[in-house]
Design a protein around this ligand. Structure first.
Ligand code: URA
Length: 198
């Protein structure tokens, strides 16, 4: 436990001074990630928005509030039994999509987070994360909730919570994906739901 925590803290410290791409110029904070270093389930979003940039934590704006509600519904909690990070760690201006070269330059941080945490399940929040992590030609509207296996890691793309705020009629389908995720966790994870009671 301590090992992963210490390794992640070291990596986080290194990332604080990152100037690999131009996004560093507009940032208030590097948004490294949050959660349990021992998590078996890792959620990956695209990049920080305004609130995240100000607070230095992923998914703390409106989309994050919805995400937390959906997580709570299946007994997941960012402070207990999952880990959340983004493809890019600094806010793209005006919340535009992170450009491919920004993603390319930043993803080394995520790879190192992944190498330390070694999650069993990765949930990609939205098209940008799913295209980068699962497959470049992902059709998120059609393929959300499907289960992929890459190198022994189970991966599921889901609709981005910000997209659900824009299109509330998609919420029931998104909730079904979370129920499928809960089942996947029960089938494949050893301590995710035990951490919750601690
Ligand atoms: N959207 C994302 O993809 N990530 C965040 O951290 C916040 C909003």
């Amino acid at each position: 436990m301590e090992d992963k925590k210490i390794l992640l803290e070291g990596l986080k410290n290194d990332s604080m001074s990152c100037e690999r791409c131009g996004l560093c110029r507009g940032r208030h904070n590097v948004v490294f990630g949050v959660g349990n270093p021992e998590a078996e389930v890792m959620f990956i979003g695209e990049g920080p928005g305004e609130q995240e940039d100000l607070k230095g934590e992923p998914f703390v704006g409106k989309a994050g509030i919805l995400l937390d509600k959906m997580l709570t519904a299946i007994d997941l909690d960012r402070n207990k039994n999952i880990y959340i990070a983004n493809i890019v760690k600094c806010r793209p201006p005006q919340n535009r999509d992170p450009q491919p070269e920004e993603q390319e330059l930043c993803i080394a941080w995520l790879r190192r987070q992944f190498a330390i945490i070694r999650p069993k399940i990765i949930v990609c929040l939205g098209r940008i994360a799913a295209a980068r992590i699962i497959k470049p030609d992902i059709r998120i509207k059609r393929e959300h909730g499907q289960i992929f296996n890459k190198g022994g890691v189970i991966m599921m793309p889901v609709l981005h919570p910000a997209a659900l705020l824009r299109n509330p009629s998609d919420k029931p389908g998104a909730f079904e994906d979370f129920l499928r995720l809960q089942q996947l966790i029960n089938e494949n994870c050893e301590h995710t739901y035990e951490d919750q009671s601690k």
